[in-house]
Design a protein around this ligand. Structure first.
Ligand code: T5A
Length: 230
């Protein structure tokens, strides 16, 4: 195992990240995929960013409460990076080294899109932070959930009920439209790593699309107990 900047060993498990705008259905689909992989005898953990480790959950509270916003986009990006550093070293890398599949709700693409494309933070700064926080670690597969903005925001409102909108849900429609476009562009720019999932459908249909992508990109027929004609 080798590693450059941050002493994270290269993984042996599989690392899948789930990305997209607000209310796209990522958390719902992570749970469904984890069940399905467990049923196929793969060990999995599900986790999220910001958060996923004790230190990172503290930062999550800070940024989603909106406190980071007043520090400016660069400082907010640094907060997400600090949370990621703890999460990668405490949770993600150790799990991958033990052969566990890690299913993560948001990862570096969220920083690239929210802080980079939307917040206009210098890409060179974001790359430097990635070198420190994740080193050579890259997702094996990134599923980008694409849903019309109005539908995503409606789902997010339904999910949170009477609790207040968080830091990014409070942004205007134009912000969320740009967010959607930026994510679609990530899928175009990195087709080897990313699959765009049409998430504007019922949960079962979206789950079938997710499973098809995972099978296609990461699972051999023998791994899932299917014959080549299945
Ligand atoms: N952020 C994060 C950054 O700016 N930079 C970073 O580097 C990182 C890591 C995180 C925020 O932080 C920002 C991005 C985010 O704004 P969060 O609370 O974790 O905040 O928010 P989200 O990741 O956006 O989570 P959401 O819960 O809003 O969206 P999900 O997980 O995509 O959606 P989910 O599964 O919770 O579903 C939402 C609702 O819709 C229903 C569900 O039951 C739920 O009620 N639903 C469906 N309804 C109909 N049809 C379907 N197919 C459905 N799928 C789910």
């Amino acid at each position: 195992m080798s590693k450059t900047a941050s002493n994270v060993d290269l993984p042996v498990g599989r690392f899948i990240t789930f990305e997209g705008g607000e209310g796209a259905g990522k958390s719902t689909q992570i749970a469904i995929l984890a069940d399905r992989l467990n049923g196929a005898n793969h060990r999995t953990i599900t986790t999220r960013e910001p958060g996923g480790s004790a230190g990172a959950e503290i930062v999550r509270h800070l940024v989603l409460s909106g406190m980071g916003k007043f520090l400016g986009a660069e400082a907010e990006a640094l907060l997400f990076a600090a949370a990621r550093d703890d999460h990668v070293h405490q949770v993600i890398a150790p799990a991958l080294r033990r052969g566990i599949w890690v299913l993560c709700d948001r990862f570096t693409d969220s920083t690239r899109v929210y802080q980079g494309k939307l917040g206009k933070v210098d890409p060179a700064l974001l790359r430097a932070m990635e070198r420190v926080t994740i080193g050579e670690l890259r997702p094996d597969l990134t599923l980008i959930f694409d849903v019309p903005v109005a539908i995503g925001l409606r789902r997010a409102i339904l999910r949170r009920g009477k609790t207040a909108a968080d830091r990014f849900e409070q942004e205007n429609i134009e912000f969320h439209e740009k967010l959607r476009e930026a994510y679609r562009q990530v899928a175009v720019d990195e087709p080897e790593r990313c699959v765009l999932i049409d998430a504007n459908a019922d949960q079962e249909t979206v789950a079938a699309r997710v499973w098809a992508a995972v099978k296609d990109r990461l699972l051999l027929a023998v791994d899932i107990g299917e014959t080549s004609g299945a």
